[in-house]
Design a protein around this ligand. Structure first.
Ligand SMILES: *[C@@H]1O[C@H](CO)[C@@H](O)[C@H](O)[C@H]1NC(C)=O
Ligand SMILES: *[C@@H]1O[C@H](CO)[C@@H](O)[C@H](O)[C@H]1NC(C)=O
Ligand SMILES: *[C@@H]1O[C@H](CO)[C@@H](O)[C@H](O)[C@H]1NC(C)=O
Ligand SMILES: *[C@@H]1O[C@H](CO)[C@@H](O)[C@H](O)[C@H]1NC(C)=O
Ligand SMILES: *[C@@H]1O[C@H](CO)[C@@H](O)[C@H](O)[C@H]1NC(C)=O
Ligand SMILES: *[C@@H]1O[C@H](CO)[C@@H](O)[C@H](O)[C@H]1NC(C)=O
Length: 370
């Protein structure tokens, strides 16, 4: 009974806006929540709980070796970009939506799924596609309304920042498919428009629910990922031009779309990191950023560590693991090390407009009018 009355008391203080310190301690509703959507760059463990293959999972050693000391499902040796963003925003680690337990979700939730894309066809049957991630968000939104009441749930949703990383798999997986007819049945521009069109409708639906502040990541240098350079049929060891062209088209279309949304949707604000430039910089000049190796993966086999065998639980069982992971930009054949993730997260958080714009995430988190 005592604890109930304390809760009610805090509740009233918070809605009166007079004693923010009290509310900060309890994290509600003054603190900005973080909702996360996307692919393996952002998946903190959702794929541990779906019926898929180890190709789309990283819940085995040595994933997780650096920070957590056990595998969590993250495709890295340690933390991912959203983990660092949560830290900079003074939030706890945001749990994966499917992780068992009685979650409150008042600080947010992570819906991302490794292998997922903007198109439902991408890795269909093995991942949670973006539309399904959206419907999971809608379930959380309903839950918040039930718990906090409509008005307070609305505050959480409209004050929150929405981080989304999507698209890489839409452009990479067709090159690995035995049936890549999807790339033959559309022009490049048409295919990019399908991905962007689906992406845009998800952004608009989050906006409809009340979401206003969005953080994006442009596509990285997909054609230069160790796995793409090594394993796409026809590749010669150089960056794969065909994939680079698609990624560049996507990045350009995404920038244009976001500018359009900003002018069409009242209150819509966003941040986007030029991930390609930041990643290429580190791959080409590793020592400038404190790394020793920019292009070879720490964990895997074959040239550049391009065979995705890290952990020995996938098709190929042999793998090598580097001695000092913080010297590397890539942890496995397509994912950054924790150290690289931290640098990308810092750029997203406080990067200058030539790298992260038109706002950075720090500015979006500090913005409390909505
Ligand atoms: C998981 O997928 C496999 C292969 O697609 C199937 O055989 C199995 O029955 C599925 N398991 C569950 C619990 O759905
Ligand atoms: C490839 O996929 C297309 C459409 O998805 C289908 O019509 C075609 O039969 C498939 N071809 C093979 C060889 O599986
Ligand atoms: C979304 O993708 C599907 C293919 O999965 C496509 O048929 C549809 O037109 C796309 N939607 C938009 C709005 O582009
Ligand atoms: C990334 O940046 C490099 C260097 O500026 C450029 O050549 C490439 O086209 C860009 N895009 C991708 C997707 O790699
Ligand atoms: C690992 O590499 C980092 C970055 O180069 C360096 O600071 C650190 O001292 C190295 N650790 C060991 C044990 O060699
Ligand atoms: C962005 O601008 C800062 C200074 O404002 C500069 O130090 C940095 O090199 C620039 N980065 C890029 C990628 O142009």
């Amino acid at each position: 009974m005592a604890s109930l009355s304390i809760h009610i008391c805090v509740f009233i203080l918070c809605s009166s806006l007079f004693i923010p310190i009290n509310c900060h301690l309890h994290g509600y509703p003054q603190q900005v929540a973080l909702f996360i959507f996307g692919d393996s760059l952002y998946d903190v463990g959702n794929n541990n709980y779906i019926n898929t293959t180890t190709d789309a999972q990283a819940n085995f050693w040595p994933y997780g070796e650096t920070f957590f000391n056990y595998p969590t499902g993250r495709f890295s040796d340690g933390r991912l970009i959203p983990d660092f963003i949560a830290e900079y925003a003074n939030l706890p680690l945001i749990p994966s939506y499917l992780q068992p337990g009685n979650h409150q979700f008042t600080h947010g939730a992570n819906f991302a799924s490794a292998g997922g894309g903007g198109l439902v066809e991408t890795s269909a049957g093995f991942v949670i596609d973006l539309k399904t991630q959206l419907s999971n968000f809608e379930k959380v939104e309903k839950l918040l309304r039930k718990k906090l009441g409509d008005a307070n749930a609305k505050k959480v949703v409209s004050g929150a920042v929405y981080l989304i990383s999507i698209g890489s798999n839409d452009y990479i997986s067709p090159f690995f498919a035995t049936n890549s007819s999807v790339l033959q049945s559309y022009s490049r521009e048409e295919y990019v428009q399908l991905v962007i069109g689906n992406f845009t409708s998800v952004i608009k639906e989050i906006y409809e629910k009340g979401g206003r502040k969005f953080g994006f990541l442009g596509l990285g240098p997909l054609g230069c990922l160790p796995v793409v350079k090594l394993l796409v049929p026809g590749s010669t060891g150089d960056c794969l031009e065909e994939v680079t062209v698609l990624a560049n088209l996507h990045n350009r279309a995404l920038s244009e779309t976001l500018k359009k949304l900003e002018s069409q949707l009242k209150g819509f604000m966003y941040s986007i990191l030029d991930f390609n430039t930041s990643a290429i910089e580190r791959m080409n000049n590793p020592s400038k950023y404190g790394f020793k190796e920019g292009k070879i993966a720490c964990c895997g086999t074959g040239p550049y560590g391009g065979v995705p065998s890290c952990g020995g639980q996938r098709t190929v069982k042999e793998y090598e693991l580097c001695e000092n992971v913080s010297e590397y930009v890539f942890f496995d054949s397509s994912h950054p090390t924790e150290r690289a993730n931290q640098q990308y997260a810092e750029l997203m958080w406080s990067g200058t407009p030539n790298v992260t714009g038109p706002h950075n995430l720090k500015a979006l988190f500090e913005l409390t009018q909505y």
